[in-house]
Design a protein around this ligand. Sequence first.
Ligand code: CA
Length: 362
Amino acid sequence: MQRRSFIQKAALGATAGIIAAPALAQTAPTINWRLASSFPKSLDTIYGASETFSKRVAALTGGKFNIRVFAGGEIVPALQVVDAVQAGTVEMGHSASYYYFGKDPTFCFDCAVPFGLTSRQQTAWYEHGGGRDLTREFFKSYGIMNFLGGNTGTQMGGWFRSEIKSVKDLEGKKIRISGFAGRVMQHLGVVPQQLAGGDIYPALEKGTIDAAEWVGPYDDEKLGFSKVAPYYYAPGWWEAGPQLSFMVGIKEWEKLPKEYQAALEVATYEAHVSMQAEYDARNPAALARLLKSGVKLRTFSKEIMDASYQAANDVMEEEASKNAKFKKIYEPWKRFRQDQNTWASVAEAPMQNYLIKPGKLK
Ligand code: CA
């Protein structure tokens, strides 16, 4: 009898254990979503953000909310993630909002515009500078809610077959660059080219194009551009801090239990912080390897930067004059950018500049 009573108590204890488990495990529905990424698995830092996100959401919901990640082109063409989320083909996506420049240049504020915000500033704008409300209002007309989804930090200006010293050297050059930057570059006499990642190397090798921009040392190294275009320019003024975004269908979001919404949102923050940290940690070693292999590092001249800044400003003002949605974000955004850079000039920039070339230690 004693043994039987022990078993009964043990069974009762086990049952009690189940009852005492968090309410989430009792009532939470199993939900399966699909996430379409715009990126190939080879861009492990950017593609990886979706996996970081998806794993955390599953962990926070006891494995009940599963978000399966698909690489660019697997179930949705890489540059049609907005269309797929809008149509409800997938519940959510991970993309760069400036890919949708052709639909409306206003999308770019959620990612990057020429001479825009750095990574830190972009997050500040989204979180506490009015950016979330402004961009979400815009995205609402596409049935999408946008969340932070990572950042690469300031990108490189790309790979050039020959040295570019002045604006005159840019004239007639065919550069693989798209969207907003392509439009600005046209003002400088450049002939922008649209090419998918895999087509860039052969075009550079043959000389069909004169230059190509991609991301930065860690990603660029894998594509081997240095062998056919040895001049590596900085900075990519069109991408001071391009932000990636998680895009969730509003109808699907509204169906989620509150706890799942919270899990989803908090996981976007982890992916956001982790991506920038990974780029910052990996780029220096990649750049060192590139330089060792003979890459010639160059900085765009002041003349080129000034002409590009002027052209970017002209294009932005022109867009604002004919696009009310663009203007609504552009005006407060411009003031935010000015305030941010004024503040950065006081403490951050002098600190960074000093540490780049510190005095000799005794
Ligand atoms: Ca780029």
